[in-house]
Design a protein around this ligand. Structure first.
Ligand code: UGA
Length: 362
């Protein structure tokens, strides 16, 4: 895209376009909308198929390189911020990088949007709600467990519980954006994703990444390699897994409805897909056996492990993350439609296609 082609409102800058969410968002924006897209990232393996598209410009730049990012934020009508370090194992082992990328490195870009009059769609996290332990007490009315954008408290642990370095970093950016809305007329929308899953998420350790990915990729890596699935603290915690196609539909609605979504925070999640991690392991094993029939001959082990042994010291967890999505329903007319079994089947199939040949060779 040349520096002065088209109207500002026709173009979107996506900072951190090369990850899981960015790759699906670009698929959808190029297929179903007329926007021109500028994608900024240091990686592009997941978006390789779009690099030759006339409506897509890839800028190989680090988010910290303000001189490289600034012109694109200035000439696009909307900026979507996806750049993040968002794997829990890193919150305790690389907290400085987590705080930098998710907060101190992001704030100058928020400021740039305010200066340039560029609308900002910021990806925060469902983790800002923190432990959520207070609302997870058994036996309470279900409505008392719902996490609400405008009402629920953020319950983070002490400083040494570095699990919350990420939640705290994202929370400060939310507060900075809110303040920019108030004092500098920043036009913004904040998205809080609840465990998006789908093809191309994360990585398989030893094949296309190192370390501990999020739970879906951990379990799939174990299934691919014939290793035990590990249940941190017995797998008692619950998550609401949201299929990426549903999530992208919500994001596209936010992008396409600036007036309606201005100044709002949206939980984007699927409360109907709530499951404990222990039950998730069982369900994934069952689907795996259906997709990979030869796996039926082998025993698949599922074993509980203590959190400190799995993640190291400083790890804590959210007990339950049940989103109230009535704002997204009412304001955006959005409804997640993909059930957990369908979402997992599609994700598992994609992992089998992508990684099984590599695991067999290794
Ligand atoms: C994630 C990340 O913090 C963020 O990427 C993101 O904002 C958000 O949640 C999300 O994906 O929307 P969390 O849900 O704790 O946090 O991430 P996972 O690593 O997927 O863990 C889910 C649960 O599974 C945790 O209770 C964890 O302890 C457990 N787990 C994880 C296992 O039992 N076994 C494993 O092998 C891995």
């Amino acid at each position: 895209m040349s520096s002065n082609s088209g109207k500002r409102s026709d173009s979107i800058a996506i900072v951190g376009c090369g990850g899981f969410i960015g790759s699906h968002l670009i698929d959808s924006l190029l297929a179903a909308t007329p926007y021109r897209i500028v994608g900024i990232d240091i990686v592009s393996a997941k978006i390789g198929r779009h690099l030759d598209n006339d409506r897509f410009t890839f800028v190989n730049a680090d988010m910290h390189d303000t001189a490289a990012v600034r012109p694109w934020i200035e000439q696009c009508g909307t900026a979507v911020f996806l750049a993040a370090i968002c794997t829990p194992s890193l919150y305790t082992t690389k907290p400085l990088a987590v705080i930098d990328v998710n907060c101190t490195g992001t704030i100058p870009l928020v400021s740039l949007c305010a200066q340039a009059g560029t609308r900002l769609v910021y990806f925060s996290t469902s983790e800002v709600y923190g432990r959520t332990a207070a609302s997870a007490a058994e036996g309470e009315d279900e409505a008392a467990h719902l996490l609400r954008e405008e009402e629920s408290p953020f319950i983070l642990g002490p400083v040494a519980a570095q699990r919350w370095s990420y939640a705290c970093a994202k929370q400060l950016v939310e507060r900075y954006i809110y303040a920019c809305g108030q004092e500098r007329r920043l036009d913004y929308t904040i998205v809080r994703p609840f465990n998006f899953i789908g093809p191309r998420m994360d990585f398989v350790p030893g094949i296309d990444g190192e370390g501990i990915p999020r739970v879906l990729a951990c379990f799939l890596s174990a299934l691919l390699k014939g290793e035990p699935l590990k249940l941190v603290d017995g797998g008692k915690n619950r998550r609401c897994f949201t299929y990426i196609d549903d999530a992208v539909e919500a994001i596209v609605k936010i992008i396409g409805n600036p007036r309606r979504s201005r100044g709002h925070i949206f939980n984007i999640g699927n409360p109907a897909n709530e499951i404990t991690i222990a039950d998730l392991a069982l369900l994934m094993t069952e689907i795996w056996r259906r997709i990979v029939p030869e796996a039926c001959e082998k025993e698949i082990l599922i074993e509980p492990v203590p959190a400190a042994g799995f993640y190291g010291p400083g790890y804590e967890d959210s007990g339950r993350r049940l989103p109230d999505i009535s704002k997204a329903r009412t304001i955006l007319g959005w409804e997640p439609r993909t059930g957990l079994e369908t979402a997992l089947t599609s994700t598992i199939r994609a992992f089998v296609d992508r990684y099984r040949p590599a695991v067999r060779k290794g």
